[in-house]
Design a protein. Sequence first.
Length: 128
Amino acid sequence: MKLLNRSALSVRPTQHFVDWINALEPTMGDDDIALDDVERESTVYLIPEMDTPEALEGFVRERYLEILETELRAWEEDERQWPEAIDWPLFQRFLTVEHSYLAIDLDDEAALEISEVDDSLLTDFDLD
């Protein structure tokens, strides 16, 4: 077990986000994606250690656009299909954020690997 010098943000979609996803390809009733379906697919972002709510809020406000665009792109590559205003109010409407002060790696066998995020990795990932 290794303590990482990071905090973490767990980002989950809201019902507004799910409604947007369903509007991308309208379906009938039972074929719609439910909030429960996508809540299990939350994204965890490792961030610098944050020890006060003010520091966390400042960091999230500084990086919200990057997070929001990453979450939108995971569902729709074509930015023309995205909501018109990509801004702080949309971030607050579409996503909930949970903060964890500590990040601990429980994998004692595999070393941490670092790679740059490629947008194609986000869109190739299968949610089923």
